[in-house]
Write a protein that binds this ligand. Structure first.
Ligand code: 8X3
Length: 244
């Protein structure tokens, strides 16, 4: 049974990916800071839960110890957005949080698990964002963090060109999950809901999980470099069809 490790598995895209992989016969290691949530998920899908803060070096070292010598799939999903202020009003604590989880976290986990992934001829998936491609007002901190994470994927693919490991990027646009916008707007549900207001069908976590599982299950010689995935109603970052 192949083994996958999903970071940020406590909710949203991470939890959906863990469920979908388990449903297709993978042993899934669910990783996040929130122990109760990942233990419940692991119990539900017959996987393992490992509590880890991807922004903490010791926590990631302990994670790598528990994973062992071989890993078939790493899904770097932990991260997210904090705040949406223009640069003139930027809160650099928010920027630090975003850079620490999306860029340094993905880099740290990848570095720690790389020997196990190479040993298993594995696959590494980075869940970035269309925010890596297109700047928007108030987006600079998140734009920069996701563009940074995208560059990890691109550099790594070059560095490992002669190694039996695949590097893939999934860049989602508008995805309605329980927590993404709520976290961004610091628990302001009304502001979070406004993001999706009048949008016929934003993506849901399962849509992105489906893309992740698809790239991970191509034949071993097939590397899907990147998938950009948006709802039909979002033709481009700012070009969103709203019915209201
Ligand atoms: C989420 C996409 O449009 O909020 O990663 O930046 S967006």
């Amino acid at each position: 049974m192949p083994t996958a490790l999903v970071t940020g598995a406590s909710s949203g895209i991470g939890a959906a990916t863990a469920r979908m992989l388990a449903g297709q016969g993978w042993e899934v290691i669910c990783v996040a800071r929130r122990t109760e949530r990942i233990e419940a998920l692991a119990a539900e899908i017959g996987g393992r839960a490992i509590t880890c803060d991807v922004s903490d070096a010791d926590s990631v070292a302990a994670l790598a110890d528990q994973v062992g010598d071989r890993l078939d799939l790493l899904v770097n999903n932990a991260g997210g957005a904090h705040g949406q202020q223009p640069i003139a009003e930027a809160d650099f604590d928010d920027w630090t949080t975003m850079y620490t989880s999306n860029v340094l976290g993905a880099g740290r986990v990848t570095k720690a698990l790389l020997p196990a992934l190479v040993a298993a001829a594995g696959t590494i998936v980075f869940v970035t964002s269309t925010a890596a491609d297109a700047a928007y007002e108030g987006g600079a901190g998140y734009n920069a963090a996701k563009a940074g994470e995208m560059m990890l994927a691109r550099a790594l693919r070059l560095e490992l060109f002669d190694q039996p490991v695949r590097i893939c990027e999934i860049a989602p646009g508008m995805v309605r999950t329980d927590e993404f916008s709520l976290t961004r707007f610091d628990g302001d549900q009304a502001r979070a809901d406004k993001v999706y207001d009048g949008v016929d069908e934003p993506l849901v976590a399962d849509d992105v999980a489906d893309a992740i599982v698809w790239v991970a299950t191509r034949p071993g010689h097939v590397n899907i470099d990147r998938i950009t995935i948006r709802p039909r109603a979002q033709a481009a970052q700012h070009k969103v069809h709203r019915t209201n």
